[in-house]
Design a protein around this ligand. Structure first.
Ligand code: GAP
Length: 456
């Protein structure tokens, strides 16, 4: 049975093996920012490729977009973010720390649905239950203030209200403002989908549980434009498709659960998150939202440009509904890392191993000359030719056992050993990361053997 993996262990492991480092570490770090190292960035790219394959490549009428992070400020008025994208915050008058009020309440009593309460009710609840400050244990708070999560910046040289622009807090608006462009230039019809992968920024003030909640993060968002009446069926489809995506990437069913929203955003008809079982409990990694025709209606109103769709078969005109399927790249990756990590107790040692889906693994094949002096020339030749087909690593330092361990910790699904048999008989030994079993192959069998096993 696997030991319980704490976040502390995972953070240390990720740093040690080049997956994730603290942001700006040599300057003491910048809270809630993290840098992906060589293995982490490969893993992240592979996750994005898996998403691209499932959502863009394998779905008909599906298009990828790469829109700007900086958008016209009116976009955020139309979307409602300027008015209502905020968290209720409270300050402790004693130790001056700042807290999200809904979190303070749910951490005190997890059965209370705090985000349904009005600010007045929240403060009454805190006072009547004497909820203490998590830092200093006193109950002496300020009033609640709504704190907008959008990052502001200024365009040009003058810092005044007219020059304010925002770093996007979600990718979705990029898809919505390009709905007409994609419809026309791709000569497509409803239903069609537009997805994109990109950075989003939120001025989160609560501590983040490693990469779970950060101020800069990536989203893979996917919007399906459809006719009212088909929305419920598509919503159900994407809710299930999202779960299948995680299952296919190797997360077991029991570590995932749906969380249907009781409290809906003003524009939403239905919303459901997928929660993963993190060390602190189940928490959100994905969301499926039925956003109705709210977004396109708002952009029509604020831009003055018609967003009506004309169905050429029926001559009907309407504003499409949107079903959104959104994935946090960093959160999904954290769930995948947490799920894959194992400290396996062997007879005389502990083996740190990442049982990642081979498609996700940063390197697919580790190439190891058994004895540096005798086998490295042949191993280098193999590296040159095989790395044209998939990511390979090359390691000739230390004992073969140590090199296997380093590859296990990197999640490399296969290691290839070059020895005398390779030089004399053109065969190599391939070792499987999970079973540690070895198979002898002819050199020309290596590529099909690996390619077959790293598919997604
Ligand atoms: N367009 C809809 C939207 O942005 P959301 O639930 O606010 O919905 C979507 O965000 C996903 O983005 C979440 O499921 C989560 O995976 C990720 N996400 C949101 N805030 C985040 C943060 N501060 N840090 C890391 N990931 C975050």
């Amino acid at each position: 049975m696997k030991d319980k993996i704490t976040m502390e262990k995972l953070v240390t492991f990720c740093k040690e093996y080049g997956f994730i480092y603290q942001g700006s570490e040599i300057y003491g770090g910048l809270a809630n920012t993290w840098d992906y190292g060589p293995l982490g960035s490969r893993l992240k790219n592979n996750l994005k490729d898996a998403w691209r394959k499932r959502f863009i490549q394998e779905r008909k009428n599906s298009f990828e977009l790469d829109s700007s992070i900086l958008m016209h400020p009116r976009v955020w008025e139309a979307s409602g973010h300027i008015d209502s994208f905020s968290d209720p915050l409270i300050d402790c008058k004693e130790c001056k720390t700042r807290h999200r009020v809904d979190k303070l309440i749910t951490e005190f009593d997890s059965t209370v649905v705090a985000d349904k309460m009005s600010p007045k009710k929240m403060i009454e609840y805190i006072n009547s239950h004497k909820i203490p400050c998590p830092k200093c244990n006193k109950t002496h708070f300020t009033d609640i203030r709504e704190f907008n999560l959008m990052f502001e910046t200024y365009r040009g040289v003058t810092e005044n209200n007219k020059s304010i622009i925002y770093l996007r807090p979600e990718n979705a608006q990029g898809e919505y403002v390009n709905y007409l462009n994609v419809l026309r230039t791709m000569r497509t019809k409803i239903p069609f989908s537009v997805g994109q992968i990109g950075k989003a920024f939120r001025n989160e003030i609560t501590p983040g549980n490693f990469t779970f909640r950060t101020i800069e993060f990536e989203q893979m968002e996917y919007q399906t434009f459809c006719k009212k009446g088909n929305d419920e069926e598509l919503y159900k489809f994407y809710k299930e498709y999202a779960k299948k995506f995680y299952l296919d990437l190797g997360i077991p069913e029991q570590k995932l659960k749906y969380h249907d929203h009781d409290k809906l955003a003003h524009y939403a008809k239905a919303a459901c998150d997928i929660f993963y079982e993190f060390p602190w409990g189940f928490d959100e990694i994905n969301g499926t939202h039925n956003r109705t025709d709210y977004d396109l209606k708002r952009h029509q109103e604020y831009s003055g440009v018609s967003h009506e769709y004309l169905d050429l078969e029926t001559n009907e005109k309407y504003i499409p509904y949107i079903i959104e399927s959104t994935y946090g790249v960093d959160r999904s990756l954290l769930a995948l890392l947490h799920n894959a990590y194992e400290e396996e107790k062997l007879e005389n040692e502990t083996r740190y191993v990442l049982h990642l889906h081979p498609f996700l693994a940063p390197y697919k094949l580790g190439i190891l000359p058994l004895i540096k002096k005798q086998h490295s020339k042949k191993a280098n030749e193999l590296y040159e030719s095989l790395s044209k087909h998939f990511m390979c690593s090359y390691d000739e330092s230390g004992s073969i056992g140590k090199r296997y361990r380093r590859n296990d910790a990197a999640g490399t699904p296969y290691c290839l050993t070059v020895d005398d048999e390779t030089i004399n008989n053109n065969t190599v030994t391939i070792r499987d990361r999970d079973t540690m079993k070895q198979t002898v192959l002819k050199i020309d069998e290596i590529i099909p053997y690996i390619e077959e096993r790293i598919k997604f």
